[in-house]
Design a binder for this molecule. Structure first.
Ligand code: MCA
Ligand code: AMP
Length: 500
């Protein structure tokens, strides 16, 4: 029986007593224990009715069982669907309806609310708390620790990750075994990850970065993972001398630089610092290399494509560039209006093709057709330029997107919520530079005549509906939105006016 991802990432470790995950209380889970735990969880899934291809929603704290549950889904042929722990009930209901999962795993504290929410959809709710207890682990504890792996091929789905869209509706990116494995192989080779590595893992595990880039490469290489429940600079500083690898968003690096303990001597055991998910400022890259002697390796990717490009491991890591297409991944820069390929040196849309590119958006064939060409090229919505030697730099985004601390925020989703408030005529949500998060969210709001809403009243309506990281940090009440002659709102004018 073959199972593409399981056979490559998990099965090889069945007899290995080497350490895999070390959690905050010092507990170390060996590779073999992890494989057995995944089998126990797979029994729980199947016992609760999961059949191959079924979705398993996981909105759970960052505990080891959440990763074992990912492995269990792979082994049972299910589709793992992680969700940001910051999502509100209002946001969750959309995902549950769209994905129609067989099982929803949530934090113990959310059990009652999720049970009500899932009832109409027939999904079973299991719990997994921040302390590692819950109905899911309790059931797994008494299950057999061997499970007959379900056959899955390269084209079968392994994961469904929702990514917000310019229309305001989140889109479920369907990722196959081949998509995930090909990317894990490319990154492990390129970054020379081996079983001698110890990765400091402080990213959330509900996105591509923390789940696939970090965990799949570690599993493939047999590396050790220092699995931290949260990003805390002083805890990272304490781990650096014992570790070789860190993966983070730019905010990690700016915050680490604020700590005087970050020195060349502290980092002498480290092999590689990786940054991605948002643009790394050249000044951060330079400050980090001046302080530590390490050139942060910046790479670029998307939920739909996994990683697309990377600066070289051996070779120049140039600040402000995202490096070269990964082996097996093709990149072309095209005219955003016509789709025609552009020569080196011209700015255009970054398009990508390869085994890493997803299978389409769940339940959205039209949206898939709009973004994924018949030729297999996916239009990223990012604007880039390719140098003569193939090196790529991202120069902007065609899509209306704000990236705050590595989280993507689509203004349309927030504008829809604000515009729904009685008394609001229209709004424009835009990003402005922010020293810690890279970008921060502001909203310009125009009220209907005679309305007496103030910022606090608007915030009080918006906040229960949207995750905290999406909340505008300021509401600017104005008489009219700036528009061009075509009537389109000029967000660049808003950015220039309120950016400071
Ligand atoms: C937390 N808050 C945020 C963010 N994070 N607000 C805006 N943007 C954020 N990213 C809120 C908190 O709820 C809190 O609200 C307040 O801001 C300050 O929180 P703070 O304690 O400073 O935040 P933190 O808990 O330390 O988190 C910051 C963080 C975190 C560690 C940078 O945001 C993070 O882990 N980001 C990584 C995201 C990531 O993994 N992205 C990868 C996506 P209050 O005011 O109530 O206190 S995958 C991807 O993009 C592609 C595929 C790729 O290429 O990787
Ligand atoms: P997501 O939709 O969460 O998968 O985020 C993907 C988006 O993050 C990309 O389309 C880019 O706009 C952005 N991104 C990821 N890595 C980088 C990077 N190194 N530099 C600039 N933008 C990045």
């Amino acid at each position: 029986m073959t199972n593409t991802l399981y056979d490559a990432l998990i099965a090889p470790h069945a007899q290995s007593d080497r350490p895999f995950m070390e959690i905050d209380d010092g507990t170390i889970l060996s590779y073999a224990a992890f494989v057995r735990r995944a089998a126990q969880l797979a029994h729980v899934l199947v016992g609760a009715g999961v059949t191959p291809g079924d979705r398993v929603v996981v909105q759970a704290p960052k505990v080891a069982d959440a990763i074992a549950l990912y492995a269990a889904c792979v082994q049972a042929g299910a589709v793992y669907l992680p969700l940001n722990t910051a999502y509100t009930q209002a946001e969750l209901s959309y995902f549950i309806e769209d994905a129609s999962p067989r099982i929803v795993v949530c934090d113990s504290k959310d059990e009652a609310a999720l049970t009500t929410l899932c009832a109409p959809f027939g999904a079973t709710v299991l719990t997994l708390g921040a302390d590692g207890t819950g109905t899911l682990p309790a059931a797994a504890d008494t299950a057999p620790d061997q499970f007959e792996t379900v056959a899955r091929g390269p084209e079968d789905l392994a994961a469904l990750l929702y990514t917000s869209g310019t229309t305001g509706r989140s889109k479920g990116a369907m990722l196959s075994h081949k998509n995930l494995l090909s990317n894990a192989r490319a990154l492990t080779d390129l970054w020379e990850i081996t079983d001698q590595d110890r990765l400091i893992h402080a990213l959330p595990i509900f996105h591509t970065h923390g789940l696939f880039v970090a965990m799949n490469t570690s599993l493939l290489a047999g590396a050790q993972v220092r699995f931290m429940a949260a990003f805390k600079p002083d805890a990272i500083i304490a781990e650096i001398p014992k570790s070789t690898l860190l993966m983070g968003v730019p905010t990690f690096y700016t915050r680490l630089l604020n700590d005087a303990h970050l020195t060349r001597d502290l980092c002498k055991n480290m092999r590689l610092f990786v940054s991605g998910s948002a643009p790394l400022l050249a000044e951060t890259h330079t400050a980090f290399s001046d302080r530590t002697g390490h050139h942060i390796l910046e790479r670029y990717g998307m939920t739909e494509t996994n990683m697309i490009t990377s600066n070289p491991y051996n070779g120049d890591r140039i600040a402000g560039t995202v490096g070269y297409p990964l082996p097996g991944t093709e990149v072309v820069i095209t005219n955003p209006d016509t789709g025609a390929p552009l020569p080196a040196g011209e700015i255009g849309m970054i398009e990508v093709r390869g085994d890493n590119v997803f299978q389409g958006y769940r339940n959205m064939p039209e949206k898939t057709a709009e973004e994924l060409r018949d030729t297999g090229f996916f239009m990223t919505g990012d604007l880039g330029i390719q140098a003569d030697d193939g090196r790529i730099s991202i120069v902007g985004r065609q899509k209306d997107l704000i990236i705050s601390g590595g989280y993507n925020i689509y203004p349309k989703e927030i504008e829809d919520v604000i515009n729904d408030i009685d008394g609001v005529l229209e709004s424009a949500v835009f990003g402005v530079p922010h020293a810690d998060f890279g970008e921060s969210v502001l909203a310009a709001v125009v009220l209907e005549q005679g309305t007496a809403l103030d910022s606090d009243a608007i915030a009080a309506k918006v906040e229960p509906l949207l995750a905290r990281f999406k909340h505008p940090r300021r509401y600017i009440l104005c008489d009219a939105l700036p528009r061009n002659t075509m009537g389109k709102v000029q967000k660049n004018v808003l950015r220039d006016t309120y950016g400071a």
